[in-house]
Design a protein around this ligand. Structure first.
Ligand code: MG
Length: 337
C-alpha cells in the first residue's frame, strides 16, 4: 500500500485585518493535506502568508512532483526531508504540510501522541502569547479584551505609533508583553532607545528589531539590550541557526519556515547546543499546525501559537486552552481528530 495525497485549498479568514510594519491583509490562503494509508488519515497544513513566497499555485506545482510510494512506516523523516529538498529548494510551507501530516499519520499508526516522538513533556508547556496587531486605539482595546485567555500579549511594533500603542494597552492591562518589531525600526540607535523604553513597560523579549540582513546592527542591539532579542525573519531553517550565535539571544522557530516538525526539532537541539533561547511561533494557522507546534513547545522557552484565536473559520475543533497554555491531549497523532 502506498500513501495517497489529497490536497484542498482553503481561505483562512482573520478576525481582524492583520497589520504589521508596512503591510495588511484579511485572510490567509492555506493548503490542507490529507495523507491516507491503511484507512488512516494524517492531517497537515501549509499556511501561505504572502511575504513567504508560497501560494496555492506554487504549492500545487510542488505537490505534483511529490511521490510517496517509496515511503513506508515507520517513516524516516530525515530521509523525507532530503527527498523533499531534492525536488525544489524553497516551498518550506508545503513541505511543512507533508511533514506534519506524516507525523499525524505515524502517531495514528503507532497509536501514540506526536509529542512522544520528541521527548516533549506536556507539563513543561510554556504560556502562549496572543498577538495584538497594529490598529486604532479603539480596536486595540477590543483586541486586548478578546485576548483575555492569554497571560502574555504579543504586540506588533515597527511603525510610527509604537509608544502610543503600548500606552493604549497599558491603560487597561498589566500583562507581560512580547514585542515584534518585524524589521520595522529605522536604525540601531532608535531601536535601542525603544528597547530600553519597552523594558520599562514590562516587555519580556523583542523580535527582529532591524532588517533581517542587517546582521551587524542587530548584533549591536543584542549586545546592548537588557532583554532578549530574537531573530525571526533572519532565521528560517536549520542551516541558519548557527548564524544567530553572537547576533541574537535566541530564535523564533516556525514550522512553516522550518519545513515541518522534524527540522524544527533539529533546530531546537542545535539552538540548545549554542545556548540560544527559543520562541516557537506560527503564522495564520488552524488547530492542525498549532497542535503540531504545540507538540514541540515544551522544549522551547516561550510560545506564540495564537492561530486559532485570530481566525474565524478554523475547520478543526479548537484545542483545549487552559491557564494561558495549550493542553496536549493523548489522542494518537497530533490530536486534531
Ligand atoms: Mg516575528
Amino acid at each position: 500500500m502506498s500513501i495517497r495525497i489529497h490536497a484542498k485549498p482553503f481561505e483562512l479568514l482573520l478576525k481582524y485585518p492583520f497589520s504589521i510594519s508596512g503591510y495588511s491583509r484579511k485572510s490567509t490562503p492555506l493548503m490542507l493535506l490529507e495523507l491516507e494509508l491503511d484507512g488512516l488519515i494524517g492531517f497537515g497544513e501549509a499556511s501561505m502568508v504572502p511575504y513567504h513566497g508560497e501560494n496555492p499555485a506554487t504549492a500545487s506545482e510542488f505537490l505534483s512532483k511529490v511521490k510517496l510510494d517509496w515511503l513506508q512506516p515507520p517513516f524516516n523523516f530525515d530521509e523525507l526531508r532530503v527527498y523533499l529538498d531534492g525536488l525544489a529548494p524553497g516551498n518550506s510551507n508545503i513541505k511543512a504540510a507533508i511533514d506534519i501530516a506524516l507525523h499525524d499519520l505515524q502517531g495514528k499508526l503507532d497509536n501514540k501522541p506526536c509529542y512522544t516522538y520528541f521527548g516533549s513533556n506536556p507539563e513543561h508547556m510554556p504560556l502562549t502569547s496572543i498577538t495584538i496587531g497594529m490598529d486604532s486605539p479603539a480596536v486595540i482595546l477590543q483586541k486586548v479584551k478578546d485576548a483575555e485567555p492569554a497571560h502574555i500579549l504579543k504586540v506588533k511594533l515597527g511603525g510610527d505609533e509604537d509608544k502610543r500603542l503600548i500606552e493604549t494597552i497599558r491603560s487597561v492591562c498589566d500583562k507581560p508583553l512580547f514585542v515584534d518589531a518585524n524589521q520595522g525600526w529605522r536604525d540601531r540607535t532608535h531601536a535601542l532607545e525603544m528597547v530600553h523604553w519597552l523594558q520599562e513597560q514590562g516587555v519580556l523579549l523583542i523580535e527582529q528589531p532591524l532588517d533581517k540582513s542587517n546582521w551587524d546592527d542587530n548584533a549591536w542591539i543584542t549586545e546592548h539590550s537588557p532583554i532578549p532579542i530574537l531573530g525571526d525573519e533572519s532565521i528560517q531553517r536549520l542551516a541558519d541557526v548557527d548564524k544567530a550565535k553572537g547576533v541574537y539571544h535566541g530564535i523564533n522557530i516556525k514550522l512553516m519556515k522550518s519545513a515541518g516538525m522534524q527540522e524544527a526539532f533539529q533546530m531546537i537541539k542545535r539552538a540548545r547546543e549554542l545556548d540560544l533561547k527559543i520562541l516557537i511561533g506560527c503564522m495564520s494557522e488552524t488547530s492542525c499546525a498549532t497542535l503540531a507546534a504545540a507538540a514541540l513547545a515544551p522544549l522551547c522557552d516561550w510560545a506564540d501559537l495564537d492561530g486559532p484565536f485570530l481566525t474565524k473559520n478554523n475547520p478543526f475543533p479548537n484545542p483545549k486552552f487552559k491557564n494561558g497554555k495549550w493542553v496536549l491531549n493523548n489522542l494518537p497523532g497530533l490530536g486534531v481528530f
